[in-house]
Design a binder for this molecule. Sequence first.
Ligand code: ADP
Ligand code: MG
Length: 597
Amino acid sequence: MSTFQELGLNADLINAIEDLGFKTPSEVQQKAIPVLLEEERDLVTLAQTGTGKTAAFGFPMLQKIDVGSRTTQGLILSPTRELCLQITNELKNYGKYCKGLNVVAIYGGASVTDQAKQIKKGAQIVVATPGRMKDMINRKLVDISKIQYSVLDEADEMLNMGFYEDITSILSHTPDDKSTWLFSATMPKEVATIARDFMYDPIEITVGNKNESTSQVSHEYYLVNGRDRYLALKRLADANPDIFSVIFCRTKRDTQRVAEKLIEDGYSAGALHGDLSQNQRDLVMKAFRNKQIQMLVATDVAARGIDVDDITHVINYQLPDEIETYTHRSGRTGRAGKTGVSMVIVAKSEVRKIKSIERIIKKQFEKKDIPSGIEICEVQLMSLANKVHNTEVNHEIDTYLNSINALFEDTDKDELIKKFFSVEFTRFFNYYKGAKDLTVSESRESSGSGSGDDVRYFINVGRKDGYDWMSLKDFLKEILELGRDDVFKVDVKDSFSFFNTEKENEKKVLDFFTDFKYNGRYVNVEISENKGRSGRKRSRGGKRRDGGDKSHGERRSRRSDHSENRSERRGRRSDSPKPRRSGSRSGSDRPRRSRRR
Ligand code: ADP
Ligand code: MG
């Protein structure tokens, strides 16, 4: 592995890189920077989002342009205003020691006159969205006839958004002998066409495999009845108390509707789609970046500019029309070395699409069951317990301690703990008690595991300890000396997890963990109250009485599903003042919650 110095970057850039805290060049940077510095060649690079492409073209461009001149020498085209601003910002950071450097962003929705003024002062590098760029060229407000380097960033996105004509028109105003550097996460036909028609003998660099999803992201799908989509979404959110997510819908209307319902139900959610004004979108994005919004509901187009590094979950509320788009969606998580989960809520009619997506991303989906109500209660309770455990004592409380102690004089510790947790837990419990099973089985027969003879365990290690479901499963199999399929339904939360084994392994598991220390701390395993999410045969909620012939039973259960839906929603409104959701009580008088991770 080489260092930035070894890649051939000059001292001004190295100093800036040190300030930024970049230690080693990323793979795409290692591959692209030396060739771009040494040769005047065209380049096609395939790399996922979050791999450091901006620096891969930014460093060489900054080193090669003449900052002493005021001529525009570099043009970077990028699909959205957000990305334009981000790239401009990054380049300014990278070039902070390049005296005289001027990078200007050009994008729609802001004053043309102001942008033209900035260009006139002399911008060596222009970062632009295709639409506004073309407009300004036509009005002779910008001159790109002398550029030496042009970058097509996120080329697949630009073409997806219908910028082909704009791009070709813009390039026709540039000199023939410039170099063109194209960057793309995927390689659809249209991008290949651009490369063929506008580039000469390009060097090709691939980081990871084409169209492939990053290894940091695991993929899960949840099979539900179409009408339960929204309830399923809420359960997924409730089962992940620290969720920070983007939820994708297919249309602007659905996006708005889902966001509104979430907000109404007490979640900290926001909508992002093209019918909002630029100002509204900016506000939503700002709130999301600041983590005041935990669930951002977005359309594919609107989400293109989102470049937030610590998104924990991407939820596909509906699958995209074009399955290639899935790669972009799931790429919003698992960035900057973090792990992420991409969840898909599917109805039976769409389940075929999962297979097609697997072929494209070259990864397997795990079929999971929507968490049951009791499981969510357990997760919420343990999450709260962990929060309490990790909370630093605020000694401002000391003043009031006497009065509080007096109040609880006759309450022993156990009782106090129970009362304390009931405050929060009862809300969830009331909401979820009797909630129905939302998972639909894929085939008529239920799968082998989960037949009722399995045991579910709680274990006090989780994502914070570096596990995901796969690595925890491997770890458990190994230490317990169990076979490949003996540990299942592994579900990893932030600081704890769940897993199942067959009943016959129960003693082995519990015996093993009575006194097991790992990395200097006791690993605690207990039998969980619920049995995992699937394979439940008994009817739920006491409302549903199965009987009669099959079609009859089906009809009846459908009706009772409906009333459960209603009671589920009503439950939250009336007897439960909305389960937790820090953000929902986001009145300005509340301190903002700091997120762990
Ligand atoms: P991409 O364009 O491939 O999506 P970016 O260029 O936006 O990725 O980079 C993603 C994040 O990684 C940015 O926050 C950037 O500052 C950071 N980054 C880029 N290169 C490095 C590096 N070599 N070391 C550490 N962080 C880096
Ligand atoms: Mg980028």
